[in-house]
Design a protein around this ligand. Structure first.
Ligand SMILES: Cc1cc2nc3c(=O)[nH]c(=O)nc-3n(C[C@H](O)[C@H](O)[C@H](O)COP(=O)(O)O)c2cc1C
Length: 449
């Protein structure tokens, strides 16, 4: 057993998550098997096992997996031994393959860097389709005859839960778990407008300016939705028609949530949401003008879509997460795209997220008992202090707040925190001083009205 353990721990130097192509993480049963085996070790055996791992590997999970330790039985030792030998045997080949691939990858790195550089000469040094007089391609796909079309509601500002741009930007983060709550059509309409909404257009719908910028205003994307839970829409695949502010129902898909999660390399939250945004690129829209330079511009453009989605979500108590790790073939198949003239480039699940109940502002008298030193979890620049249920919170805009951790005046040490806050009351005015890394960065006083 110990020999097998030693082999396994050596293997762990290759990759601490993937052994022989087997992923050890929370979503895979292999991890459970592995932990089950660890649980059969005595504490001494476990310590021996863990001591064989390289020092830079976080062993906490292995230790947790080995809770409830009891002496290991002969049978269990046999299973453990066999399992480790299996993993070790297969990994010898895997290692060789990995090493060969690594040489190739290193060679390609320099070549790939070129994609990141600007080179606006290609399109000047060749006859482009634009200069050849070929008609500009349509900026929106056509709706097939007889398709089910839904006209989206105009933007209704009553849906906003947060209108402070500072708060939207400051609260933005990637959200990977959503409430089991439907999105309304108004909310969806706002998110579609925020990511691709047309503001000005030519009469033939071939030129537009939108809520996102695009190199040469070429707008090379189509927006598809995997609708799971949106009020008024049956589940299935839809496409947004930005020039008409409409959704076209394309087709239903059995088991859509699971298929979406699977296509995102088993990131299940990508399907466990109200609606998954799936953006495709039609490269020719850009190539018509920019030929070889299109590649970089399309990638730059795609970032704008998703960032606008993040910010717009924050304004309506929704959340999203940019998804770049997905299976190209599975997503193209899910949308029935040909994978050459049009293919998926970016994905983002959207759902409702929890927002704390509106906080109650305190009077100075109520606040007196909270005087002391607090630790902030982040470098805080907003000022409003709120109390609820015996704790102090700082507000970062309507509906968004974080608790201040009381550390008490005597226990205070600057080394403990990035940012600390002292809160004191003098007569009817209160004073707050924020220190970041030992320097006062904000002093604020207020008086009861
Ligand atoms: C291009 C891109 C691709 C990403 N792909 C994934 C992904 O496949 N899965 C995931 O969970 N997060 C993904 N993310 C989210 C990042 O992990 C996240 O933005 C980062 O950890 C910073 O966290 P924040 O967005 O909360 O600030 C991606 C982000 C970007 C910009």
């Amino acid at each position: 057993v110990l020999k097998s353990i030693e082999i396994l721990s050596n293997l762990s130097r290759i990759d601490k998550i993937v052994f022989d192509g087997v992923v050890f993480d929370d979503d895979h049963n292999e991890t459970e098997d592995f932990y089950k085996l660890l649980k059969t070790l005595s504490e001494t055996e476990l310590d021996n096992f863990l001591s064989l791992f390289p020092k830079d590997i976080d062993l906490d999970d292995y230790r947790k997996g080995a809770g409830n330790s009891r002496p290991v039985t002969e049978d269990e030792l046999g299973i453990l031994d066999q399992k480790f030998v299996d993993i070790a045997g297969k990994s010898q080949n895997k290692r060789k393959e990995l090493e060969q691939n690594t040489i190739r990858v290193r060679e390609q790195l320099m070549e790939y860097r070129e994609v990141l550089k600007a080179d606006f000469k290609h399109y000047e040094n060749a006859i482009t389709d634009q200069t050849a007089g070929i008609e500009v391609p349509p900026a929106q796909k056509a709706v097939s005859a007889g398709a089910e079309v839904y006209t989206l509601p105009e933007i209704d500002t009553a849906i906003f839960t947060e209108t402070d741009i500072y708060a939207c930007l400051n609260n933005r983060r990637s959200r990977r778990s959503f409430k089991e709550e439907a999105l309304s059509l108004s909310e969806l309409s706002f998110l579609l407008w925020a990511t691709q909404g047309v503001k000005r257009k030519s009469p033939d719908n071939r030129f537009s300016t939108r809520t996102v910028p695009s190199g040469g205003s070429r707008h090379p994307f189509e927006t598809y939705l995997a609708v799971h839970d949106v009020t008024g829409l049956k589940p299935g695949i839809y496409r947004y028609q930005p020039f008409d502010n409409q959704l076209v129902f394309l087709f239903p898909v059995d088991d859509l949530r699971n298929k979406t999660g699977k296509a995102a390399l088993d990131q299940k939250f990508v399907g466990n949401c109200a609606v998954t945004f799936i953006w495709s690129a039609i490269p020719y829209r850009m190539e018509w003008r920019y030929t070889l330079d299109s590649r970089k511009i399309i990638l730059q453009d795609s970032g704008h879509l998703c960032q606008n989605l993040y910010i717009a979500c924050e304004a309506i108590a929704c959340g999203t997460c940019a998804i770049g790790a997905y299976d190209q073939k599975l997503f193209d198949e899910l949308l029935k795209l040909d994978g050459t003239d049009e293919f998926v480039v970016y994905v983002a699940p959207v759902g409702k997220v929890d927002k704390p109940a509106p906080a109650v502002k305190s009077t100075v008298d109520e606040l007196k008992r909270y005087c002391g030193v607090y630790r902030c979890k982040e470098k805080m620049l907003k000022r409003e202090i709120l109390q609820r249920n015996g704790s102090l919170f700082y507000s970062r805009g309507e509906g968004s707040e974080s608790e201040l951790e009381y550390i008490g005046a005597d226990k205070f040490s600057m080394a403990d925190a990035d940012a600390t806050l002292t809160f004191s009351i003098d007569g009817s005015s209160w004073k707050m001083r924020l220190e970041i890394d030992g320097e006062t960065s904000l002093e604020f006083t207020a008086r009861e009205e």
